[in-house]
Design a binder for this molecule. Structure first.
Ligand code: AMP
Length: 307
């Protein structure tokens, strides 16, 4: 088993969808990634920051899942990162209503000593300089570095974002963000441009329309499972990233063929995440449900054709 180091936000989210509204609940990119990766046999740690307004029960929830939280700094008198989003009727698009960086504004990440040799590094969504600092602290070169980011950082820290993009092996990004980053409408052209920025592998997430994995001339597509009910898409991308990196860490294999499987595992876990508000569904999800849905995934995409 490889060690998985995760960096990203641990946050309060307030979410509004056509089906309801929440007050501040547990959220954050690293939270979703960590919970999702915990469905694999991995040793993982989160590097992040919260204020002392962050409930102990949320931290316990992570440690209960065997996630090392010694790299989550708790700032005395500080306020935790807060994000609020409003989803439109189609649930594919959303408006960010509030992004309060709070303790994230001057966060200096510290990678726990035990994880300075982690083989897999998952740089979840937060300031690109924090993502870079985490890579700078690694004592051995990771086998795979995966980066997730969003339009917010393209708008407010593009040069820093381009610097970290140069240093990663895989980037996961949604379709609109891929278009914004590359200036290309066609996702094939967008992926080609993003390859030139550094990453050998480009994963473009298309929400309910699945995900594409580009590697040079090769392309792989994984559908999203058609779901009867989608309740709250928040964190689907991070859950996907957690499943992707968790599976890679468990299997200790960074080949393109193994990444295809990782994309299926990631999509499978993300399909649960959207069924309830916030992290609720992932918290009560059990491994049998995960396996049974994987079987559905298999039959969804399998066909015989004579060529
Ligand atoms: P996703 O739906 O996959 O984009 O992830 C949503 C999660 O990302 C929420 O739990 C937020 O707390 C977190 N988030 C939102 N905006 C940002 C940001 N600018 N930087 C880091 N994390 C963010």
């Amino acid at each position: 088993m490889n060690k998985l180091l995760i960096v990203g936000t641990v946050a309060f989210d307030a979410i509004e969808t056509p089906f309801g509204k929440t007050d501040k609940i547990l959220g954050g990119a690293a939270t979703y990634i960590g919970i999702s990766a915990s469905f694999f046999d991995v040793q993982s740690a989160i590097v992040s920051v919260v204020g002392d307004d962050f409930p102990q029960e949320y931290l316990d929830l992570l440690t209960d899942r065997k996630i090392d939280i010694s790299g989550i700094e708790v700032v005395k008198g500080g306020k935790t990162f807060f994000w609020s989003g409003l989803y439109h009727n189609d649930l594919n698009s959303r408006d960010t209503l509030v992004t309060e960086l709070n303790v994230l504004a001057d966060f200096q990440p510290k990678v726990p000593q035990d994880y300075k040799n982690a083989e897999i590094v998952m740089l979840g969504n937060l300031h690109p300089l924090v993502q870079s600092s985490v890579l700078d602290q690694m004592e051995t070169k990771p086998k795979l570095v995966v980066l997730d980011t969003m339009n917010f950082w393209m708008d407010c820290a593009l040069p820093e974002l381009l610097d970290i993009i140069k240093r990663v092996d895989v980037i996961t990004i949604n379709d609109e963000e891929a278009r914004q980053l590359s200036g290309e409408y066609s996702l094939v052209k967008a992926a080609a441009k993003i390859h030139q920025m550094g990453p050998k592998y480009v994963v473009i997430k298309k929400g309910e329309h699945g995900a594409l994995l580009f590697h040079g001339e090769e392309v792989f597509f994984a559908p999203a499972l058609p779901l009867e009910e989608v309740f709250d898409p928040t964190g689907a991308g991070d859950t996907f990233a957690g499943g992707f990196s968790g599976f890679i860490a468990q299997s200790e294999n960074v080949s393109f063929d193994n990444m295809k499987k990782a994309i299926i595992y990631g999509s499978n876990l993300a399909s649960f995440s959207v069924e309830k508000f916030g992290t609720e569904r992932m918290i009560d999800l059990d491994k049998h449900e995960v396996v049974s849905r994987l079987k559905q995934f298999k039959s969804l995409t399998q066909f015989d054709i004579e060529l």
